[in-house]
Design a protein around this ligand. Structure first.
Ligand code: GDP
Length: 524
């Protein structure tokens, strides 16, 4: 196969959802079709259940498992599929945001009864920022849920994307009969079963045969619904989908393995191959001969005796090869890797080559940071994802004076890994850690102790948001910094950050300092 063919046949995506909508179940069914696993129940989910908030054993176990299931690669119909797993727990939302920088498209799972939930909305914002093509799977049709038209309206409104159903459900809950596949014009009959059996009949919707399968009443309803669908929604336009403006919608039941194969078949057909990537210097086309890639995730090994990490590299262009020298752009140094790993199904194995779209795992002991770029030699910097303002803040203090070096090193490395964000108060030099959830503080404390032998203590600080500030009006900026000196901090890169105590104070600041721009993410 030529380089071009190898790249063209790759599909790298993530399945995202609000917890419990069915992400894990759907992923598992996708793997079944790819022959990557053979029995249902083989995929352990990478999620830390809400109940496990302070259950350390559980967290460790889950983290261990999640290395294996971070990326699941398999072959399907001559396509190489890479599914990137994302943590379900919302306290690790940052992890998910970063993973979204490494995918070429996304499948969103929505519960038919619950509709769009908070986490779905947030993740979709990131997809919109990056113009990531999105496909939606409305799940749990075997249960009672909302009217499909109502769900579509909600998807459109809440996710701010146009939608186009490509399948249509025939009743739901106990009376669920299946879907009519508008993409293939087939009638897919539902039989509750955990195995892969769907009776799929190529059948024109007007065919009188429809009545033989689902009866008069449902046939009439289905024809009416489909007529309405074609009137209300424009024909599916792949370019719109690829531009991230239009989301095709499928209905099914992941648990019963219904509608999943149809989703996958359509997905490999229409989902994008590795897309071009914007580097600071230029646009990098995935089909270029020379290799380039970036680190989007670093996974620490929890075994304290071997403090090694795996850096996950998304190959953006060309081909990556084992034992070939590549440039670590930040270090301006050539490096080669003797044991890069590929992720096939659940096992990791040493690989010799990988193509644009693939994820390579590089064993690492401190050489990599999130966002680092590797190339065949060119000076390239891929734009990562901005940091968003954290939701929770605490002072981090040293609780063991003998170990202050270890603490500092630990904090530095954990921040490079992207576990949380660090702000240093410009006035008193105190370090403030910002997270999206309580669990992250616990993970940091635990890992500092177990991996670095350092003890930390959390001191409360009451903050509302961190805003990155800038202005063309140097005098006003200086005045602002002088007046707010107690609340000015530097982020990891040394940028100015204003720590607002409350929404009110922030609003007042915005009002009083009109020439200052307040940003809630680090890229502007
Ligand atoms: P995740 O948190 O999004 O990964 O959700 P899971 O895949 O773990 O599913 C959450 C719960 O919903 C589990 O109990 C699943 O068995 C159940 N579930 C998933 N898909 C379906 C479905 O199609 N129908 C029904 N009735 N339950 C489902």
């Amino acid at each position: 196969m030529t380089l071009k063919e190898e790249i063209q046949r790759r599909r790298t995506f993530a399945v995202i959802s609000h917890p419990d909508a069915g992400k894990t179940t759907l992923t598992e069914k996708l793997l079944l079709f790819g022959g990557a696993i053979h029995v249902a129940g083989a995929v352990k989910s990478n999620k830390i259940k809400k109940t496990a908030t302070s259950d350390w054993m559980e967290i460790e176990k889950q983290r261990g498992i999640s290395v294996a299931t971070s990326v699941m690669g398999f072959e399907y119909n001559n396509h190489k599929i890479n599914i990137l797993d994302t943590p379900g727990h919302q306290d690790f939302a940052e992890d998910t945001y970063r993973t979204l920088t490494a995918v070429d498209s996304v499948i969103v799972v929505v519960d038919v009864a619950k509709g769009v939930e908070a986490q779905t909305r947030k993740l979709m914002e990131v997809c919109r920022m990056r113009h990531t093509p999105v496909m939606i799977f409305v799940n749990k049709l075997d249960r009672e849920g909302r009217d499909p038209f109502e769900i579509l309206d909600e998807l459109e409104e809440e996710l701010k994307v146009s939608v186009r159903p490509l399948s249509w459900p025939i009743d739901m809950g106990e009376r669920f009969r299946g879907v009519y596949n508008l993409y293939k014009n087939s009638l897919d009959l539902y039989k509750p079963s955990k195995q892969m059996v769907t009776e799929s009949l190529r059948l024109d919707i007007q065919s009188p045969e429809l009545e033989n399968h689902i009866g008069d009443r449902l046939s009439e309803k289905l024809r009416d619904d489909v007529e309405l669908v074609t009137e209300v929604y424009p024909a599916f336009d792949r370019d719109e989908y690829l531009a991230g403006k239009l989301a095709p919608v499928f209905f099914g039941s992941a648990l019963n393995n219904f509608g999943v194969k149809e989703l996958l078949d359509c997905f490999v057909d229409i989902a994008p191959s590795p897309r071009e990537v914007q580097a600071e210097e230029r646009v990098v086309d995935s089909y270029e001969d020379s290799f380039s890639g970036f680190v989007f995730k670093i996974h620490a090994n929890m075994d304290p005796n071997h403090r090694s990490c795996i850096a996950f590299v998304k190959v953006c262009s060309g081909k990556f090869e084992r034992n070939v020298n590549y440039k670590h752009v930040r270090f301006n140094r050539m490096m080669k890797f003797s044991s890069p790993t590929a992720f096939m199904a659940q096992k990791k194995e040493i690989m010799d080559e990988a193509y644009a779209g693939d994820i390579v795992g590089l064993p690492d002991n401190g050489n990599f940071k999130i966002g680092d770029t590797l190339t065949s030699g060119e000076e390239l910097h891929f734009k990562g994802l901005p940091s968003f303002s954290p939701e929770m803040f605490k002072y981090i203090e040293n609780a063991d004076p003998m170990k202050s070096k270890q603490l500092q090193k630990g904090i530095e490395q954990l921040m490079d890994e992207g576990v949380a964000q660090l702000f240093t108060n410009q006035f008193n030099g105190r370090k403030i850690i910002g997270t999206v959830g309580q669990l992250q503080f616990e993970v940091i404390q635990y890992r500092l102790l177990h991996e670095y032998g350092a003890q930390c203590r959390w001191d409360p600080i009451s903050l509302y948001k961190a805003c990155w500030i800038e202005s063309d009006d140097a005098a006003q900026l200086a005045d602002f910094k002088k007046r707010k000196y107690q609340y000015m901090a530097h982020d990891k890169e040394g940028r100015d950050v204003f720590l607002a105590e409350s929404n009110y104070i922030l609003m007042m600041a915005q009002q009083d300092f009109k020439n200052i721009r307040f940003h809630f993410s680090s890229e502007y």
